[in-house]
Design a binder for this molecule. Structure first.
Ligand SMILES: Cc1cc2nc3c(=O)[nH]c(=O)nc-3n(C[C@H](O)[C@H](O)[C@H](O)COP(=O)(O)OP(=O)(O)OC[C@H]3O[C@@H](n4cnc5c(N)ncnc54)[C@H](O)[C@@H]3O)c2cc1C
Length: 576
C-alpha cells in the first residue's frame, strides 16, 4: 500500500492512490459450477421463449410489450432472479443475474429496460436496505411478477443534481405516517409498476435530508401520467408520477431516515452494471448481424467482409465485447465477494459499455449501407435503442466526473479533507473548504503487477507505467488546482478516461493470464490477439490523455464556448 494508513477497498481507488491491488482482480473470476449449470438451463429456456414469443420490431412499432411476454418472463422466474429464495426468488449472484440481463438485452432493449427498472433499480433498495418485515411484505409479489417495481428519483429540477429534489415527505406527528407531495419525471415502469422506491426530502432535526420510501400504486393521491413518446426503447413504459398528499406508513421508510441519498447511490452503483451487461448483449447481437451481412453482401464482385475498412469495424466490435465481458464480470464478482467498494468500477463499466454499444450500432448501420437506414431492418431501431444508455443511470459526463473525483477521494491520508468533501462527489460539488494542499507528498507507486504470464510482459509493463502516470497526474492536478479541481471538467474527463482504460487493461490482462494458466498458449491464441490489440489501443490512448493533462488547448475551447454563449451560437457568415 502507499502512504495511506487506512485500507482502501476498491481496486481503482487504490490505483489512483498509486497502488496495484493485484488480489482484487486476479485470477479472473469463474462462476460457481452449480450456479453455472442452472444459468445455462435458464438461458436456454429464455432463448426458446424469445424465439417463440418475442418480436422486437413489433414491440417498437406498437410501443408496447405484450402482457404475455412479461407474464412469460415471470413464469420463467426471471423477475425474481436477484431476490433470495426465502422470498420466492432464485437468489442468483450478481454475476448470474447480469448474465441473464445481457441475454435479455440482446433479444429486446425495451424488455431489458423494463426488466432493469424492475430488478436492477426498482426493488434493489429493498434488497440492500429493507427490513425483514419489508422484504417479507413486498419481495414475494415482486419475485413472482405479480407486481413490477420502479425507481423514482428524477424530478423536473433534479436530474444529474439528484440531491436537489423537491418532493417532500412530512411526518404527521399524530399518526407517525409521512405525507408525500411532489412529482417525478421519466420514471421507467411508471405506467405498469405497482411498487416504487421514491426519494423525498424529510426533516431530520433541523436539517432537510433525503429519505427513501416504499410507495404503492394503490395509495390514495398517487397518479402516473401518460406514456412518454421516446426515440428508442419505445416499448418500455416511461411516465411522470405525482404524489398528492400520499400517506405513507412509517414502516415503509427504507433505510435510515435521512440516508436516502446513500440508498439511491448504492442502488445506482449496482444498476449501472446491469446496464453495462445489457450493452454487451446488444453488441453481441449487432456483431452477429454485421458479420452475416458483410459476408453475404457483394460489391465490386467481392463480399464487403473482405474490405479492410469493414474488417476494422468487425474487429472493433469483437474487441469491445471481449473488454466489456472482462470488466463487467470482474466487477460483478467483486459484488459477489461482498464488502468491496465497486462504485468507481461500475461507473467505468457503464461509461465504456454505453459508448461501445452506441459505436457498434452506428458501425453496424454503416456496414448495412442504405438498408441500415430503413425501419424495415433492425439497425435503425438498434441505434435508437442504444442512445439512451449514455443518458440514464447517470449521464456519462457526470459519471466521468464521479470516476475522477471519487478515485481521487482516497488519494492519501493527507487528502482526508478533500476526501470528506468528495464522498458524494455529485451532490457536494463546491463544498470543499480551504486546506493545506502543501501537505501533498509524492507517493509514486512502487508496486508491480507480479506473477503474470511472461507472454503478457509488454502489456503488464504498459499497465504499470501508466498506473504510475495516473498517480503522478492526480498529484499534479491537485497541487495545481486545489479545491477548484471540482470545476476542472477538461482535466477530470482525461483522468477518468485514463482510469477507464486502465481498469479495462487490468481486467483483460487478468482474464488472459487466468486463461493462459488454465489452458496454455495454443488454446488461448485468439483471445491473446484480441487482448493484445486492445492493450495497444488503450495505452496509446492513456498516453495521449496523460500528455493532455498538462499540454492542451483547453483555454481556447473554453473561450470558444463562452463566446458562443455570448453571441448565442455561431455568428460568422462567409457571405457577410
Ligand atoms: C427513457 C428514460 C428513462 C429514465 N428512467 C428513470 C427512472 O426509472 N428513474 C429515475 O429516477 N430517472 C429516470 N430517468 C432520468 C434520467 O436518469 C435523467 O434524465 C438523467 O439522470 C439526466 O438528468 P436530466 O435529464 O435532468 O439532464 P441534466 O442533468 O439536466 O443534464 C443535461 C446535460 O448536462 C450535463 N451535465 C449535468 N451536470 C453536469 C456536470 N456536473 N458536469 C458536466 N456535465 C453535466 C449532462 O451530462 C447532460 O449532458 C430516465 C430518463 C429517460 C430519458
Amino acid at each position: 500500500m502507499p502512504n495511506n494508513e487506512k485500507e482502501i477497498s476498491s481496486f481503482m481507488k487504490c490505483l489512483f492512490a498509486g497502488s496495484i491491488e493485484r488480489e482484487m482482480v486476479f485470477p479472473h473470476p469463474q462462476m460457481d459450477k452449480e450456479e453455472a449449470e442452472s444459468l445455462k438451463l435458464i438461458l436456454e429456456s429464455l432463448r426458446q421463449f424469445a424465439a417463440d414469443n418475442i418480436d422486437a420490431g413489433e414491440i417498437d412499432r406498437n410501443q408496447e410489450i405484450p402482457a404475455e411476454v412479461i407474464a412469460g418472463l415471470a413464469e420463467l422466474g426471471l423477475l425474481g432472479m436477484s431476490i433470495p429464495e426465502t422470498y420466492g426468488g432464485y437468489g442468483f449472484s450478481a454475476t448470474a443475474y447480469n448474465r441473464v440481463f445481457e441475454e435479455i438485452a440482446g433479444i429486446d432493449a425495451s424488455i431489458a429496460t423494463t426488466f432493469g427498472g424492475h430488478q436492477s433499480i426498482g426493488l434493489k433498495a429493498l434488497l440492500l436496505f429493507g427490513t425483514e418485515e419489508q422484504k417479507k411484505r413486498f419481495l414475494p409479489k415482486l419475485a413472482s411478477g405479480e407486481w413490477l417495481a420502479g425507481f423514482a428519483l428524477t424530478e423536473p429540477g433534479a436530474g444529474s443534481d439528484a440531491a436537489c429534489i423537491k418532493t417532500t415527505a412530512v411526518k404527521d406527528e399524530g399518526s407517525g405516517d409521512y405525507i408525500l407531495n411532489g412529482n417525478k419525471i421519466w420514471i421507467t415502469n411508471g405506467g405498469i409498476a405497482h411498487y416504487f422506491t421514491v426519494f423525498a426530502k424529510t426533516m431530520v432535526g433541523d436539517a432537510e435530508k433525503i429519505s427513501a420510501f416504499a410507495v404503492t400504486r394503490d395509495m390514495e393521491g398517487f397518479a402516473s401520467g401518460r406514456k412518454e413518446e421516446k426515440l428508442g426503447i419505445r416499448g418500455s413504459s416511461t411516465t411522470e408520477l405525482t404524489f398528492d398528499n400520499v400517506r405513507i406508513p412509517a414502516e415503509n421508510l427504507i433505510g435510515p431516515l435521512g440516508k436516502g441519498f446513500k440508498v439511491a447511490m448504492e442502488v445506482l452503483n449496482s444498476g449501472r452494471l446491469g446496464l453495462a451487461a445489457g450493452c454487451i448483449g446488444g453488441i453481441k447481437r449487432l456483431t452477429e448481424m454485421s458479420v452475416d451481412y458483410a459476408k453475404n453482401r457483394k460489391q465490386f464482385n467481392t463480399p464487403i467482409a473482405k474490405f479492410e475498412m469493414i474488417e476494422e469495424k468487425i474487429s472493433d466490435m469483437i474487441i469491445d465485447t471481449y473488454v466489456l465481458e472482462s470488466m463487467v464480470y470482474l466487477t460483478t464478482a467483486l459484488i459477489d465477494r461482498g464488502d468491496i467498494d465497486y462504485s468507481v468500477e461500475s461507473a467505468i463499466c457503464k461509461v465504456y459499455a454505453s459508448e461501445a454499444v452506441w459505436r457498434t450500432a452506428s458501425e453496424a448501420m454503416q456496414i448495412a449501407g442504405g438498408i441500415g437506414y430503413s425501419p424495415e431492418y433492425p439497425y435503425e431501431r438498434a441505434l435508437r435503442d442504444a442512445r439512451i444508455n449514455l443518458i440514464f443511470e447517470g449521464t456519462n459526463e457526470v459519471l466521468r466526473s464521479f470516476i475522477a473525483l471519487a478515485g481521487m477521494q482516497e488519494h492519501g491520508e493527507y487528502l482526508k479533507e478533500v476526501g470528506k468533501a468528495l464522498q458524494s462527489p455529485l451532490s457536494q460539488l463546491g463544498v470543499l473548504t480551504d486546506f493545506a494542499f502543501s501537505r501533498i507528498r509524492r507517493t509514486v507507486a512502487t508496486e508491480r503487477l507480479e506473477d503474470v504470464d511472461a507472454g503478457l510482459r509488454q502489456e503488464v509493463g504498459k499497465f504499470e507505467e501508466y498506473a504510475r502516470e495516473l498517480n503522478i497526474a492526480v498529484e499534479k492536478v491537485l497541487t495545481k488546482h486545489k479545491k477548484d479541481i471540482i470545476n476542472q471538467g477538461f482535466i477530470l474527463e482525461r483522468l477518468a478516461n485514463m482510469a477507464i482504460d486502465l481498469y479495462a487493461m487490468a481486467a483483460v490482462i487478468s482474464r488472459l493470464d487466468t486463461a493462459l494458466k488454465e489452458y496454455g498458449k495454443e488454446k488461448v491464441s485468439r483471445e491473446l490477439q484480441i487482448g493484445k490489440a486492445f492493450c495497444e489501443i488503450a495505452w496509446r490512448r492513456i498516453r495521449r490523455n496523460r500528455r493532455q493533462v498538462e499540454h492542451n488547448s483547453d483555454p481556447l475551447h473554453k473561450s470558444i464556448a463562452e463566446n458562443a454563449y455570448e453571441s448565442e451560437g455561431y455568428d460568422f457568415d462567409l457571405i457577410s
